[in-house]
Ligand binder design. Sequence first.
Ligand code: NAP
Length: 248
Amino acid sequence: MTDRVVVITGGSRGIGRATAIAAAARGFRVVVGYASNKTAADEVVGTIEAKNGKAIAVKCDVGSEADILALFKVADALGTLGALVNNAGIVGPSIRVDAMSAERIQRMMAVNVTGSILCAREAVKRLSTKHGGKGGTIVNLSSVAARLGAPNTYVDYAASKGAIDSFTIGLGYEVAGEGIRVAAIRPGLIDTEIHASGGEPDRAHRLAHVVPMKRIGTADEIANAIVWLMSDEASYVTSAILDVSGGR
Ligand code: NAP
């Protein structure tokens, strides 16, 4: 158990929501970031408070540096940072690269890549023993798309997650001597609303048959791996990327 603070971007729905609830159950005070769905974020906070946990919802579009700075200010007021979960991420409608607009690609990279790196920057400033911090963990959400490339679907998204893999390895090495562990999870097909935001709500179910385990995963199954990485049970794990994908 810990009484330290975890910042979870995109904590209002899906994998972020499940992680917020699981982290609170392990004693973390949770900063629940959300982009626009205040109702969903408030529901997560209510669920945590109903079990005597501490949580606060903060509107933060990770595509905005100003929002990220404000998010971490709230975290500072809540206590000592112990972890960051770089969970916020977006997909786009399925199209080929030869049909992609510059705006789509730039937004994908701004949210999935730049947002994650800026959040990690703020976390390192607070966690690193070099800056007087007490150490902690950073968990990044990659995707099996980083390995598969997502042809004819969203190669830009896959590329953004490939960047997250490289970032995880590099940052992990950079701060390994400063009390910070950095790891990434590569989820496979998980039952969340991200598929609807890509224009195909049934995508995960439609592709379940290609998963070696013949089923899609749940947000809780990803959250369990994330909170394990945040725990002392993973004390020798850094610069690591863990596939949680039913074998996909
Ligand atoms: P989701 O159900 O669509 O939820 C997305 C969450 O991110 C929501 O809390 C949303 O906030 C927030 N969000 C969206 N855009 C944001 C932005 N610009 N700034 C800050 N927050 C933002 O997604 P999910 O399926 O849980 O995915 C979570 C992570 O896992 C993502 O990084 C995704 O790429 C990765 N992943 C998911 C799957 C899968 O099959 N589900 C597979 C591989 C990887 P609001 O509620 O305010 O909209």
